[in-house]
Design a protein. Structure first.
Length: 627
């Protein structure tokens, strides 16, 4: 298969702004010359992910991931290089000739994960076909239409139906056997149960099927709602896929693949309690809705939300379980993403978002979401009143003490005063008396809060450090004097044609570090066909993550002095003198071999003499150590 020409790759890469592409997955904010956000590749409570719009690359100051627009798509979405190029070309409506594009279009991910994803995508299409095109799916279709679903919504969310067994056996099992899908893959898929004899059986029967997709829009699991109870079987109303190699419920958010795109316009995500709430809200024009796999949020889900947006609306049911879930969600957000702005949308008691849409219509629901918001403090003050008889003096005093402790955690004096005034007005109390009591509470409350937050941060920092090591296989490093000299020399070489000529004429010079030497060679080759240097273009030629890191650090390097012979020679001296002796010998031998292959007798003699001197110096050191 023909390789995509570099000229076409350059055209495709230059057709997009890396900021626009990364913003689809990461919330970015201008900070100095870069745009900053939370790194999508590791746990990142403090934004450490930088995007250089001018030079079109990204770099994480914590985990050291870096790359251009292709590299970002490859690393985040697990794409091959041709697939990343194809994806960017599609964004820009650039056609790739068939002799090149077919390599990405026909490429099939044959890894175990890839096969599981492909299987789930196939099964979702099967269930959807059964729902919308067969007699077996008619009752499920009637059920959905009765609940206010339109055909457009059913198609948008790819809803389906898993029927009961028929005369020919179990539908999904029969389908996969006809497709000749590997038995072991089926066992690991979560789509089947296994009996004692090792025989597989469809996990889902008689259920409306809600596909659960990952961020890339591929199906990774299902949630099935029972269509009709079966006597005394006591089957659960909802049945979810078990966790598999491609599905982790603590990390998955329903509809995130769609909602993150809408969040770029709304600058917010709306967190609902269930799948039907998200779907009904979407039908009402609220496309930024997501739901967790159950009402309890996890740290992983919050980190994903934090990466995409800075504002979250929480819209759970108006009943007691829904209110308790809101309270837990607020605590999770405050402990794990304190910089996120939260608003709570209170629905009338005993009604959920889906029911509200069915009862009042989509227009009123959308209007309600926009005009019924309260902040976490307001919610907390009202939440504390639940179940209390505030006409009872003891219960009222208990509530007031708890309310003052909540108000005491508010850091802004003006906001504290407003909440205090509301409390005084609500219960016809003297505001000054409340203020004196609040002044006694504040030092203790804020000290306790600060201690709690500090412990939470310390725990996250410890967790982040270990995660970065585990996930990326690398830790933060301090650049040595030697490496800084190599970086500066590359920077000089890139920026100045005179330095390029001088260094290329110094045939005995080689960078000590192999990745620096390889980059040096690639940059030489790049300048043969290009007048202007592009960091983003060189990243396509870098063969590993370390080379991309080097390119990023070189691009960001500020040089205070003028580029002249003295500055260049200083870098060369540091590289030669500070390099470990073994590395100097290794580099000198490589240069000697290269000179010999080129039949350069003069250079060979010179390098051989220098190598002998290095060996003598090495022997001298060993002798001194023995004595």
């Amino acid at each position: 298969m023909a390789r995509i020409p570099n000229e076409l790759i350059d055209q495709i890469r230059d057709s997009v702004n890396i900021v626009d592409v990364i913003s689809q997955d990461v919330q970015l904010k201008k900070q100095g010359k870069n745009l900053m956000g939370h790194c999508p590749f590791h746990r990142d409570d403090t934004p450490s992910f930088a995007v250089n719009e001018q030079k079109q690359f990204f770099y994480c100051f914590s985990c050291h991931r870096s790359g251009n627009v292709f590299g970002f798509l490859q690393q985040l979405h697990n794409l091959s290089f041709p697939e990343a190029v194809q994806k960017v070309a599609e964004m820009s409506n650039i056609s790739i000739p068939s002799q090149y594009s077919s390599q990405s279009q026909t490429k099939v991910d044959t890894s175990p994960r890839g096969q599981l994803v492909q299987l789930h995508d196939q099964v979702a299409k099967l269930y959807h076909h059964i729902l919308v095109n067969t007699e077996a799916g008619r009752p499920a279709m009637q059920y959905l239409l009765h609940r206010g679903m339109s055909r457009a919504l059913i198609d948008q969310f790819n809803l389906g139906f898993a029927p009961e067994n028929n005369a020919d056996g179990e539908i999904l099992l029969q389908y996969t056997q006809n497709q000749d899908i590997d038995y072991q893959l089926l066992r690991k898929s979560g789509l089947f149960t296994e009996d004692r004899n090792g025989d597989l059986h469809d996990r889902f029967h008689g259920r409306v099927m809600y596909p659960i997709m990952n961020e890339n829009g591929h199906v990774v699991a299902f949630s099935g709602r029972i269509l009709a109870p079966k006597g005394n079987d006591n089957e659960p109303k909802y049945m979810n896929s078990p966790e598999t190699e491609i599905f982790n419920k603590s990390r998955t958010l329903f509809n995130l693949n769609v909602a993150k795109k809408a969040a770029r316009q709304t600058e917010s995500l709306t967190l609902f309690e269930g799948f039907m709430d998200v779907i009904s809200a979407y039908g009402a024009g609220v496309e930024n809705g997501i739901a967790s796999m159950g009402t309890n949020l996890t740290e992983d889900q919050i980190r994903t939300i934090q990466r995409i947006t800075t504002h979250v609306n929480i819209c759970y049911d108006g009943d007691d379980p829904g209110q308790n879930a809101i309270y837990r969600a607020i605590q999770m957000f405050e402990n794990n993403a304190p910089r996120l702005s939260l608003q709570i949308i209170q629905l009338p008691a005993g009604i959920d978002p889906d029911e509200y849409v069915q009862k009042y219509g989509g227009i009123k629901f959308k209007d309600y979401l926009q005009n019924s918001q309260e902040n976490p403090v307001e919610f907390h003050l009202r939440y504390l009143q639940r179940g209390l008889n505030l006409k009872n003096q003891d219960e009222l005093l208990g509530y007031l003490n708890a309310a003052l402790r909540v108000i005491g955690q508010v850091s802004e004096p003006v906001a504290r005063d407003l909440y205090l005034q509301k409390l005084a007005d609500e219960f016809s109390l003297d505001k000054e008396s409340l203020k004196r009591q609040l002044d006694e509470i504040i030092p203790h409350v804020q000290r306790t809060s600060a201690t709690s937050k500090r412990k939470s941060v310390q725990q996250r920092v410890t967790s982040n450090s270990s995660s970065a090591i585990y996930d990326q296989g690398q830790t933060a490093t301090v650049v040595s004097k030697l490496e800084r000299a190599e970086q500066r020399l590359l920077k000089y070489y890139i920026n100045d044609e005179g330095v390029r000529l001088s260094l290329q004429n110094n045939k005995s010079f080689k960078f000590v570090d192999g990745d620096y030497q390889e980059l040096y060679t690639k940059i030489q080759e790049y300048f043969v066909d290009h007048q202007e240097f592009s960091t983003a273009a060189l990243m396509d030629r870098a063969t590993n993550q370390n080379q991309q890191r080097i390119l990023t650090q070189v691009a960001e390097l500020s040089l205070d002095d003028n580029i002249n012979d003295d500055a260049v020679n200083d870098c060369i001296r540091v590289i030669i003198n500070d390099a470990p002796l073994e590395q100097q010998i290794k580099a000198k031998k490589a240069a000697l071999n290269e000179a010999a292959m080129m039949n350069d007798q003069e250079l060979t003699t010179k390098l051989a003499s220098e190598l002998v001197t290095l060996y003598q110096h090495q022997q001298k050191i060993k002798t001194e150590e023995l004595n």
